[in-house]
Design a protein. Sequence first.
Length: 256
Amino acid sequence: MIHKKNITKLLFSILSIVSMQVALISQEGDVLQAALSFTDKGDCKNAILEYEKLIALDYTTTEIEYNLGTCYLKERDGAGAIIHLRRALKFEPKHSAAQANLKIARKIVDTDISLIPDFFLLRYWRTFYKMLSSSSWTLLSLLFGVGIVGSVYYWLFPNSSQTKRISFIAGIALSSLMILATLAAYGKYSNEISIDQAVVSTESEFYTGADVKSESLGSLSAGVECTILDEIGEYLKIQLRDKEVGWILKDKLTII
């Protein structure tokens, strides 16, 4: 009897969870349809409200972020546009329309901060590891590893001296490629889960230290992009695109 009651409770719990999930999916679908409808009509204000509801439900995709960013751009909201267009590019780095709109959004942000590029080798490396997903790089690394095992086998048990020499060279080449693929997988994965990129969401003071009593370095406009370096209490240490470093209140930033 007790056993039957436990089974009944378990089945009821499962049905409740399934029902909640179905209701949530239905709600997300309705909101998405409303957002797309407003987008098609060119009603960006209402489209923004619906897209923001989706994100509040923790439901987002490349196209949702792109559409939302584009709507903010049409409303001349540079900060909102940059935030969501960069999120779209985080999902899909080669999204050409998002790249183009991001350039436009950056031009409407009221700031004199100019980008100072990273060291050229670092730029090349980032471009290289972004060519594939982290899982693809990992798979390549494993395949190179299998090749290394085969090379070691033929080096230890060669049919001829030439086979041993070729196996040795192949083993060195495959080892180098495996190291490269592993580093690329790590770099791409770190980029995918990175939470160190942010945008100033509302105009804020920029300080030399993590305290309002610190000297002000000036005011940062909404839409200014930065990299988070450290955190102390309510303050974040950030680096701007021109490499200047300072502190800002945490609630003034939106993480990409």
